[in-house]
Design a protein around this ligand. Structure first.
Ligand code: MN
Length: 167
């Protein structure tokens, strides 16, 4: 018999009654939520990303999605990648730009971005502000693919994308 949603939920909430409400703080070093692990800036040796922190806000066995908050410091960027799973993104603070396939979107607070399957994407905090966004994904998802030199050449054949990637 499949357990009801309520019994699944209660099983995972045992001894976690304070997790029904996590308070928000706007700190000098970025947005934070109470009891949520903050994975601070860790530069990638291969320079795949720069000045990006991550907080997983919701990840539950009784849901098939996860909600994460990423914050890109001014001048930083996320990894250029593609994968089968989709991203649903809500810009929560600041602004910047995103490469979505073959186009570059200029982002403002509260904008929504959807990244379709197997679409090259990168977020850049390139307008002088930090860029903070909520990102919803499948809990079970494929591993991101990184561009080959040939993929990078193909992307950079568009002068606007070449300029975006070179920042
Ligand atoms: Mn991605």
């Amino acid at each position: 018999m499949i357990p009801s949603r309520q019994s699944q939920y209660q099983q995972t909430m045992t001894d976690q009654s304070d997790q029904h409400h996590r308070t928000f703080k706007d700190t000098p070093t970025g947005y934070r939520w109470g009891g949520v692990e903050h994975k601070p800036y860790k530069e990638d040796d291969r320079a795949l990303f720069n000045a990006v922190s991550r907080q997983t806000l919701f990840s539950r066995p009784d849901m098939s999605g996860e909600l994460r908050y990423f914050e890109v410091d001014a001048g930083g960027h996320s990894t250029l990648e593609r994968h089968e799973h989709v991203h649903a993104v809500l810009i929560l603070r600041g602004g910047g730009q995103a490469l979505i396939g073959d186009r570059i979107a200029t982002l403002s607070t509260n904008d929504l971005v959807t990244i379709p399957p197997m679409t090259w994407h990168q977020f850049r905090a390139n307008t002088g502000d930090a860029l903070g966004f909520l990102c919803m994904v499948d809990a079970i998802r494929d591993k991101p693919q990184l561009p080959t030199p040939a993929d990078l050449d193909a992307l950079a054949s568009d002068p606007a994308i070449a300029k975006f990637l070179a920042q």
